[in-house]
Design a protein around this ligand. Structure first.
Ligand SMILES: Nc1ncnc2c1ncn2[C@@H]1O[C@H](COP(=O)(O)OP(=O)(O)OP(=O)(O)O)[C@@H](O)[C@H]1O
Ligand SMILES: [Mg+2]
Length: 453
């Protein structure tokens, strides 16, 4: 559980707003309420509250510092079969999207600020998988394989929408899979991804489809909760016995929409309706956090109402305990938003008590020869398709080389008294990219008679 204070914007500073929050050391934060000298009610008096968390980050903290002290150390757990969920929580405009997406968000409000937690975690995850492959023992009897599948959805106005593929923008039903005791979103787009770059392409596509609007509280307010999920499937095939053990884990990276007070945001119409739904799901989340925190400290277990909102229903398995849960509470330090920031800190303080116990779930199965053959056939077909695609690319490139590049070489350009000509041109393809290698020679022409030749 960590807390991050965002810096006051130039506009806020210019309007005379001052900060009411301060970090104390590496894990404490103090928040001050300005009192009203003419009132005697306790709720109206000046107050100073102090809270302790695993980490606190002040206005000057960088994206790297936040990532390295929070999510980073849990990424190896995902590779080793444990579920990990990271989410940012807080009021509207407090810096959740900045913390989670950073400069990969759809708007340009975080340009130059470095990678947010989501891209940093994805980058780390793929480099750790690559390291596992690189360190694999060639003579081992066990063949390891990691497959990563991505999905990106949003919860908007209490409905779940796909952010990717042909189903982008469609409402998707949420169901409970009783046999595996998990909540699933039926029909969402799932993409096998093999690199950080590929994930970033899908994320950019999803972010463009995500609902964001300008509100009075935030010029780039997220109007939906976005859930990016990476399912890591680690298959270990024993070559002698043909037994396959599969471990599946999930990395869930969530950028929540922020709670908002209608009076403060001045929202009307559609924005007001969105705000009401955002508050409803965040209230349900706060209630679940309360119930889970209470349950953690007592023998009497009360019912946790995950079904009260789509958001909590989706987060059920993450919150219930079989998961490393990393929460980053974001706060706006402005003294005008004291109530929101203090509420965020109170919930974060309660959420600290949630107990988690992630376990690795192994499935051992003896793959039959038929299954093995089927898998090899599928791999073979995929590789053949890739070879076909690359051969086509290469043929096109060779035609381009012969028709365009050599033609250019024959019609060598004249620049002053120098002549440039292409002496050789070759083409090769690697990782679905085409590379042209041109060797260019430069000849100095000594007399104008030569020039005409
Ligand atoms: N740590 C930070 N450093 C610099 N700018 C920040 C920081 N945190 C937030 N901001 C800026 O503050 C504004 C609001 O931040 P952001 O959009 O991340 O808030 P949010 O919590 O996601 O709000 P909402 O719930 O409305 O989506 C943005 O312009 C963002 O770039
Ligand atoms: Mg946001």
């Amino acid at each position: 559980m960590a807390v991050r204070i965002r810096p006051l914007s130039k506009k806020e500073l210019a309007s005379g707003i001052v900060s009411c929050c301060q970090t104390l050391g590496e894990s404490n934060i103090a928040i001050r309420k300005n009192g009203d000298a003419n009132n005697f009610l306790k709720s109206q008096m000046a107050m100073l509250n102090e809270y302790a968390f695993d980490a606190v980050f002040d206005e000057d903290s960088t994206q790297e510092e936040v990532y390295e002290s929070t999510a980073k150390k849990f990424i190896p757990n995902v590779i080793n079969g444990k579920n990990v969920t990271v989410f940012a929580y807080g009021a509207t405009g407090a810096g959740k999207t900045h913390t989670m997406l950073g400069n990969s968000r759809a708007d340009s409000s975080a340009a130059g600020s470095g990678l947010g937690i989501i891209p940093s975690a994805v980058k780390d995850m793929f480099s750790q998988i690559a390291r596992k492959y690189a360190n694999a023992d060639e003579n081992s009897n066990i063949q390891d394989k990691w497959t990563v599948t991505l999905s990106y959805i949003e919860v908007y106005n209490e409905q779940v929408y796909d952010l990717l593929g042909s189903t982008a923008g469609k409402v998707l039903p949420v169901r409970e899979d009783q046999t595996r005791d998990i909540v699933v979103v039926a029909g969402m787009t799932e993409q096998v991804v093999t690199s950080y770059d590929e994930v970033m392409v899908f994320m950019a596509q999803g972010n463009r489809n995500r609902k964001t609007e300008a509100t009075m509280a935030n010029a780039v307010s997220s109007r939906s909760h976005a859930v990016l999920q990476l399912v890591v499937r680690h298959s270990m095939l024993r070559l002698d016995t043909n037994k396959e053990t599969v471990i599946e884990s999930k990395l869930s990276l969530i950028d929540l929409a922020g709670s908002e007070r209608a009076s403060a945001t001045n929202n009307r119409g559609v924005r007001l309706q969105e705000g009401a739904n955002i508050n409803k799901s965040l209230l349900a989340l706060a209630n679940c956090i309360n119930a889970l925190a209470e349950n953690a400290g007592s023998d009497k277990k009360s019912n946790v109402k995950f079904r009260d909102s789509k958001l909590t229903h989706l987060l059920k398995s993450s919150l219930e305990g079989n998961c490393n849960l990393i929460m980053i509470a974001n706060i706006n330090p402005s003294d005008t938003t004291y109530e929101d920031s203090n509420n965020t800190l109170k919930y974060a303080n309660r959420a600290k008590n949630i107990k988690v116990n992630p376990v690795v779930q192994e499935v051992v199965k003896e793959s039959t020869w038929v299954e093995r053959e089927l898998r090899l056939r599928q791999e073979n077909a995929a590789l053949r398709a890739k070879v076909c695609e690359l051969t086509k690319l290469l043929t096109e490139a060779q035609t381009f080389r012969d028709n365009v590049l050599y033609k250019c070489a024959n019609e060598a350009t004249l620049e002053g008294k120098q002549r440039f000509s292409i002496t050789s041109a070759s083409v090769y393809s690697e990782c679905n990219k085409l590379f042209f290698v041109l060797q260019i020679s430069r000849t100095w022409l000594m007399s104008t008679t030569n020039l005409s030749n």
